[in-house]
Design a protein around this ligand. Structure first.
Ligand SMILES: NC(=O)c1ccc[n+]([C@@H]2O[C@H](COP(=O)([O-])OP(=O)(O)OC[C@H]3O[C@@H](n4cnc5c(N)ncnc54)[C@H](OP(=O)(O)O)[C@@H]3O)[C@@H](O)[C@H]2O)c1
Length: 350
């Protein structure tokens, strides 16, 4: 029997994503399981990796991309006792999701409750968990607080807006004009960051709530020099959380500028008293999972519970076969999609 995956043999544009046929069914080693992948999430971080610019993954080539997956445990390796064959699990695998089969360490897997749609469930490990941990672990926001979501039309941005609504937070989201209705659909106020000074627009929007003083928390993955603009949107005592370097990913800024952005976050935080008590922090889901593995699993379980209970509503824009991966990346590279495109590896290939 042959099975399929997407392989990248050289870094580059969407055309480097190639559908490949494999002959041998992979066998799990000690502590590993073989997963039959039901749904693979896609997002900008996959594009970042595909370009060869992602700091935490540079190969080796060839490799299969795909940051997150949901699938069924098909076979367990020696020493795996916590998981059963037939159980549905989720994984933040960083690479390896765009495939019909994945071999993964059992220790990182999180059970997915029965009754969940795999395509909706796969929105949780990267997009929703990232947003949830920044909203509830890095920041501690009371109901009614105002948050600014930069890049609100993206897969993480829409997760932020959905969670903010669930947590009783007021949200302002920046996006392009064409995406304003997607952002407003979550009950957020949309600001077109391309038409003028978005910090001034945010201050105007917060005039009544905080006396024109800005937002209680801002979340920015554009990075580099953009962090200064997001910091300028904070009310006294507010917190900026930087979590990406999208400008560097697309070649708009170099490594030095991205590093200066990180340095600014540190300085603002250390010298908070000079900035009206405003704070800043950096967040990385993979770092936090490494330092707080139990928190990662607990938060995943909490989010799956919210999904099961109808408290959150991930937007799955399309469900497509693996062969659509190059087109999916072209769409991701064109900007925020208002949700997530999910690959269904066992769908009939086009
Ligand atoms: N640190 C972590 O743990 C972590 C975890 C997950 C993701 N990330 C990072 O988070 C970022 C977002 O991921 P995603 O999958 O949500 O991406 P996405 O779906 O492509 O969304 C990107 C968003 O950014 C906006 N945008 C693009 N360029 C911009 C610019 N120059 N100025 C302002 N806004 C801009 C887009 O808006 P329009 O298209 O409407 O213009 C869109 O809303 C990526 O950089 C990713 O690597 C980090």
């Amino acid at each position: 029997m042959t099975w399929q995956n997407i392989r990248i043999s050289r870094f580059g544009g969407p055309e480097v994503l190639e559908l490949s046929a494999q002959t041998a069914i992979p066998e799990p080693g000690p502590g590993e399981v073989r997963i039959k992948v039901l749904a693979a999430g896609t997002g900008f971080t996959d594009s970042f990796i595909r370009r060869g610019r992602y700091p935490d993954f540079k190969g080796p080539l060839p490799f299969t991309p795909g940051y997150e997956l949901v699938g069924v445990v098909e076979k367990t390796g020696v020493g795996v006792s916590a998981l059963r064959v037939g159980e549905v699990v989720a994984d933040l695998c960083v690479v390896g999701g765009y495939a019909q089969y994945a071999i993964r360490p059992a220790a990182f897997l999180v059970p997915v409750p029965a009754g969940l749609d795999p395509a909706e469930a796969v929105c949780i490990p990267l997009a929703y968990l990232t947003a949830f941990q920044m909203l509830t672990r890095v920041c501690h926001l009371p109901r009614g607080a105002t948050v600014l979501v930069i890049g609100a039309s993206g897969s993480v941005g829409t997760a932020f807006l959905d969670l903010a609504r669930h947590l009783g937070l007021k949200a302002i989201g920046t996006c392009s004009a064409r995406n304003m209705s997607a952002v407003e659909g979550f009950g957020a106020k949309a600001v077109d960051y391309r038409s003028g000074d978005f910090a001034a627009a945010v201050r105007r929007l917060t005039k009544e709530g905080t006396g024109g003083g800005g937002v209680d928390a801002a979340f920015d993955a554009i990075g580099g020099g953009h962090f200064s603009r997001a910091f300028a949107c904070l009310a006294p005592g507010g917190r900026l959380v930087g979590y990406g370097s999208q400008t560097m990913a697309v070649g708009g800024e170099g490594l030095v500028s991205a590093a200066l952005g990180l340095l600014r976050l540190k300085l603002w935080d250390v010298f908070s008293a000079l900035f009206g008590g405003r704070h800043a922090a950096w967040y990385s889901i993979t770092d936090r999972r490494r330092t707080h593995p139990d928190e990662f699993k607990a938060d995943m379980a909490t989010l799956f519970g919210m999904l099961l209970g109808g408290g959150i509503h991930p937007v799955v824009i399309d469900r497509l076969p693996l062969s659509a991966a190059p087109d999916v990346h072209r769409r991701i590279d064109a900007g925020g999609l208002g949700g997530k495109i999910v690959l269904i590896p066992w769908a009939r290939q086009t």
